[in-house]
Design a protein around this ligand. Structure first.
Ligand code: 13P
Ligand code: SF4
Length: 347
């Protein structure tokens, strides 16, 4: 297994990479010109744009305007598989593109950039993970969608954060012991909620891991009436302060349904676009990341999600570049645990 410093090194390199490939700031005229060009290209190429809630609001607005879809990772996968377009352009991170390919192998899957990855995916290399599973053959293997196709192919179940609790509860009710990977915070949250017997892989999301309970408590004192919304990839001490814990879609729903006029939100700030649409009269603020003494504060924004922009969407469509490919053998194997999740949800 990779050591923690090795994983950290990889992440630092990737972050550096992400910085260099950030889409540039565009003027209003440029946004309009790109939007029109992409609209035409989508029609010409029989393509549809699917975007995650964490992408730039401009990308989300474009998906909505062009008959595409903005959602969490589970619904992105379902929408892509159902939609008749022969090309999907997936604005998000690489595992989302791979999931689309696994569920729709006959379609061409493009991404604005294949370099958009995820620290959970990076922190769970297939060989080490496979050895971990081999060492515990009596365990059912449940992996989070934020993993490579190869890791999914080694799993019995794939889950996203919106369905993890139900699947684990279902397995636990059958007396099954579970290997959970890669997010340790989400894993320990699921373990607490369900009481399941779980072995956790030691992975984390570099964005959610930065949210701090102390800063959150301090901010709550300033805004005592604010509700606290937390994605369960956050540390336990942050989750404990939440009024609602859930996947991205569940948090958007909570923002609408809870009575609070203001919310402190511990997840990527790209989600504010949809929260504001769902509850236009409410106010949303970012949960604190660094402590008050910190000289370097993270921005509550995933560096890899930030790599998706109008320029590289247009370039991907125009040049057919950054196409997602997955080994057909892996597709066959990874499809089973993914389909199991979709069937479970449908049931
Ligand atoms: P969702 O499955 O809630 O969309 O989350 C995906 C993700 O990457 C969270 O960081
Ligand atoms: Fe991965 Fe975290 Fe980015 Fe989600 S926010 S894609 S879990 S690094």
């Amino acid at each position: 297994m990779l050591t923690k410093p090795e994983i950290d090194d990889r992440i630092i390199v990737q972050e550096h990479f992400a910085q260099e490939h950030l889409p540039s700031a565009l003027s209003e005229e440029e946004v309009e010109a790109y939007t029109q060009r992409i609209q035409t290209l989508l029609k010409e190429k029989d393509a549809v744009l699917v975007a995650h809630y964490y992408t730039d609001p401009m990308v989300q607005a474009l998906a909505e305007k062009t008959g595409g879809f903005v959602s969490d990772s589970l619904e992105m996968a379902r929408f892509g598989a159902r939609h008749p377009a022969s090309t999907l352009i997936v604005a998000g991170v690489r595992f989302m593109g791979e999931t689309a390919k696994i569920l729709s192998p006959e379609k061409r899957i493009l991404m604005p950039t294949l370099e958009a990855t995820c620290s959970l995916d990076l922190g769970c290399p297939v060989q080490e993970f496979s050895a971990f599973c081999d060492a515990h053959p009596d365990h059912e293997v449940v992996v989070y969608a934020n993993t490579s196709a190869a890791v999914k192919a080694r799993a019995d179940w794939v889950v996203t954060s919106s369905i993890a609790l139900q699947v684990v509860e279902h397995l636990s009710d059958q007396g099954k012991k579970i290997i959970w990977a890669p997010d340790k915070h989400l894993g320990s949250y699921v373990q607490k909620q369900t009481g399941a017997d779980m072995l956790l892989w030691d992975g984390a999301c570099i964005v959610h891991e930065e949210f701090k309970a102390k800063g959150l408590r301090d901010l709550k004192q300033v805004y005592p009436d604010a509700g606290i919304l937390v994605h369960p990839e956050s540390p336990e001490a942050v989750i404990e302060l939440a009024d609602a814990v859930g996947s991205t879609s569940q948090l958007i729903r909570a923002a609408k349904e809870l009575p609070n006029e203001m919310f402190i939100v511990a997840t990527d700030r790209g989600i504010f676009y949809k929260m504001q649409q769902a509850a236009p009269e409410k106010t949303f603020i970012e949960a604190p990341t660094g402590g008050s003494g910190a000289t370097c504060r993270s921005c509550a924004h995933c560096p890899w999600m930030a790599m998706n922009g109008l320029e590289n969407i247009a370039a991907a469509l125009e040049q057919g570049r950054d196409e997602v490919t997955v080994d057909p053998e892996l597709i066959e194997k990874a499809r089973l645990p993914l389909q199991r999740m979709l069937d479970f949800q449908a049931g």
